[in-house]
Design a protein around this ligand. Sequence first.
Ligand SMILES: NC(=O)c1ccc[n+]([C@@H]2O[C@H](COP(=O)([O-])OP(=O)(O)OC[C@H]3O[C@@H](n4cnc5c(N)ncnc54)[C@H](O)[C@@H]3O)[C@@H](O)[C@H]2O)c1
Ligand SMILES: O=C(O)CC[C@@H](O)C(=O)O
Length: 528
Amino acid sequence: MKVLVADDISLLGLQKLDNLADTEVVVRLGMTEAELMEEVKDADALLVRSQTKVTPAVLDAGRKLHVVGRAGVGVDNIDVGHATKRGVIVINAPDGNTIAAAEHTFAMMMSIARYIPLAHQSVTAGEWKRKDFVGVELLGKTLGVIGMGRIGTEVATRARAFKMKVFGYDPFLTEERAGELGIVKTDLERALREADFITVHTPLTKDTRHLIGTEAFELMKTGVRIVNCARGGIIDEAALCVALENGKVAGAALDVFESEPLPANSPLRNAKNLILTPHLGASTLEAQEQVAISVAEEVANILAGKPFKNAVNLPALSAEQLTVLGPVLELGEQVGAFMGQAFSGDLSDVQVTVGGEWTKQDTGFLSRTVLKGLLAQRYADEVNYVNAPTLASQIGLAVSDVQQSRSRVYTSFLSVSASVSGARHTVVGTLYNGSNPRIVEIDNYRIDAEPHGTMIFTYHSDQPGMIGKIGTMLGEAGVNIASMQVGRMETGGEAIMLLCVDRMVPDDVVDAIGEVPGVRRVRSLQLS
Ligand SMILES: NC(=O)c1ccc[n+]([C@@H]2O[C@H](COP(=O)([O-])OP(=O)(O)OC[C@H]3O[C@@H](n4cnc5c(N)ncnc54)[C@H](O)[C@@H]3O)[C@@H](O)[C@H]2O)c1
Ligand SMILES: O=C(O)CC[C@@H](O)C(=O)O
């Protein structure tokens, strides 16, 4: 396997990957998009920081690509939507640089409070202008923290240690959590109106782009100080230049920019009372080692088919959950595959019902496994757990999940019911002894079959000689029958038959079975 490393990632992380058997780690820094597209062609994994742009073209070029790992938090340099469509897992390292970014924010805040870089420049220029650099104290000042996630929380905690009053604004911040942190939960407007210092710690989204713009500056106190160590674009740079120029903002510090690297002609370079750093928030030895190790371990787990936790385009599934739910998820894929092959046609909706004891588990992942099995008939290897919901919605397949606490016959069961070319079909599966998968019902016919290997499935009239005729045809074709299940509602009515056979049944034999009088439908199934 090839792991392509496109940005400068700590050696400690790369060593973890180097130690993997059958894995070649290729480091190519500073590639153009065209070079990256060439290099990624045969890569199984791609590792980046914030510099490399993982565009749709790069993802399309990486035909073997299984995972893109981001050594850091923000994934805005990766087209996650396109990766999801292509079935590529995107993982990040969300915790490793939290402290580094929080400490950088604090360093920036202290610097603008005391004009440290400006005073330094002045002294190195031969001046001694003590009156020009009279700062303000943090003690007793109000800090508005916009975005109270990992980094915002660490900044708020440090601000409390400096005896600042902290206003936190975040849609997910509860009164209880604010109380625990010793801060005040406010709305955005109050934070903007009353803060002496404002720091932003949100991702860049359509809601946060230019969240701090002309209107926001108008609400603020004159002499406010502002920091952005989160993402360029949360603060409107043009509006900030105006606010710095007219004195509304007494000082600002930016680590991140609307365009990076900062263009040579950016007005920010000449704005007064503004401190700039070149996206250094995560740049500590400790943070770089932690994110590199975290992302390398995750990539190694993914390539080895082991559980992983930091996917941004998949629900989290811990190793413990996987131990408990693993066989259920496997059953989901088998029942989905059975449904997809036994009843091929136009799918319009599918309902995944979990019943009995399994409802006590978090089965949120289950419909992905069912869809993977169901859609494999149409998309073969292209469908996986990542893109199954996207592919389903692309073909207009509505998916619903139902929990049914009372089980009819089995302690636990999984039922997949789908509308296929206008007809409703249902396949029910369970696990015997918690680990042996069984299909126990097809369209209300009770059966007991292991969903595995090659199968012949028929719908036919319940009439004498049917089983014999089909058995003879298979025998003459040299196909051995390993087991047989039949089900019927009433004598002489409609019946089903499920034969497990030892090898693939040639197409002409399947067609000939379909010609047998009384056989209404025959399908050859191949389950893994
Ligand atoms: N400068 C750097 O080098 C550097 C380093 C690490 C992280 N970052 C960036 O810092 C930011 C925060 O990282 P984190 O790890 O704390 O992320 P996080 O996901 O833990 O926290 C983000 C918080 O923002 C909140 N939020 C989202 N939209 C909001 C809105 N409209 N208004 C208010 N709050 C909103 C979320 O609810 C969440 O609590 C990210 O943009 C990340 O990319 C930058
Ligand atoms: O890789 C970096 O140095 C920046 C990382 C930072 O922006 C992040 O979002 O984690």
